[in-house]
Ligand binder design. Sequence first.
Ligand code: ATP
Ligand code: MG
Ligand code: MG
Ligand code: MG
Length: 467
Amino acid sequence: MTRSTADIRRAFIDFFQANQHQAVQSSSLVPHDDPTLLFTNAGMNQFKDVFLGMDKRDYTRAVSSQRCVRAGGKHNDLENVGYTARHHTFFEMLGNFSFGDYFKKDAIRFAWTFLTEELGLDKEKLLVTIYHTDDEAFDIWHNIIGLPENKIIRIATSDNFWSMGDTGPCGPCSEIFYDHGEHIWGGPPGSPEEDGDRFIEIWNLVFMQFNRQADGEMLPLPKPSIDTGMGLERISAILQDVHSNYEIDLFQSLIKSAAAIIGTDDITSKSLRVIADHIRSCSFLIADGVMPSNEGRGYVLRRIIRRAVRHGYKLGCENIFFYKLVQTLADEMGAAYPELTSQQAMIEKVLKLEEEQFSNTLARGMGILTDALKSLEGDKIPGELAFKLYDTYGFPVDLTNDVAREQGYEVDQAGFEVAMQKQREMAQAAGKFGADYNNVIRTEVETEFTGYEQVNGTANIKQIVVD
Ligand code: ATP
Ligand code: MG
Ligand code: MG
Ligand code: MG
């Protein structure tokens, strides 16, 4: 029996509530009071200060289904959309949290029980990674859970060691993977083929157990904590017996509706997947108050909208279409996120206007790019051309890159930056552009969120540097 995505979300919350967790609403995609973060990208974001001991709640266990966007900054999955079976710009992260309450053994037991008993997953298809030195985790997985040794993979990279900053809470992770079967290309984590989609990471368990000092010394935290995150769409795919997230109920509705609106029969087209992905991130971002603009968060939104519109164009769509998908999205997700329904008209209006503006230049820009590709030697699109498309036709550089990649080319990014810089200097010298123009440029050179960056198990929180 397959289970709907809405049903799995409910089952997760119910399971942890039954285990004394407080159900906490998803926070906004726009993080409050956190300049280090572009968009909410994990369930733990809203609990950051609780983990740091700077905020107290009247509960020590929590459960949530958090809306997340990973389309910029360190966690940028925009380029993965349409290319992997498991990445979205917008997704929901199911998470359970312990603030100095239970620790490793219970976290592992909860996860295993939920997956194998509550959801009834086949144990044979599950395997886990642990941080290479975490013998305690190995012992729990092997001796308590009963997972054979060859299903517990030790990983030495930062993928399996989490930290919040240079100093402060940190600790090893254990990730749970599902084997979708030999017919799909890819190898287990740590193998040379791990980039494939056969073994898909479903759940990350973070064991916060150290407090890193300025001199690098790791002191044990007096009250170790737990932070976990599981992708709702990935677990749905398993329970609905499909391989790709894009084949689950929710995405199939969006894809079918996009196909009908655009007028295409090729239901498996990559462009439809991209469009179905992008309508979710764009609608949720607008519902959370982000507006398309030329800087910061608003520019990320604008880039995603333009990318979606370009994929519609690629499918031969000649009309304004993107906003029409909001209805299907509200039908699918409005029960869990009522703001989608209450703000539907506003979201549609913003998307419609943005598409209308861009469609004026899209066809001309595409014409220039297509012609250029025909006569191009080598596989690099000159930075000058990418800049012209950006400057004159409103093609964000990642959009040009998206088109290029489909045909085996890539943009000369460094050349693009040089062209941008040249323009900026000319503009400054002539003093003829106002603040708006400079803002556009600033957005492009913005060093995006690099918080929680992990290098060999160490981490740096960096501010969003705009200049
Ligand atoms: P991956 O290695 O597949 O990119 P991740 O290690 O970056 O995943 P985490 O940061 O550990 O992911 O996030 C916790 C969980 O959230 C993952 O185990 C996965 O199930 C889910 N997840 C992460 N990124 C995405 C995404 N872009 N789209 C859908 N689900 C995601
Ligand atoms: Mg990732
Ligand atoms: Mg991973
Ligand atoms: Mg992970």
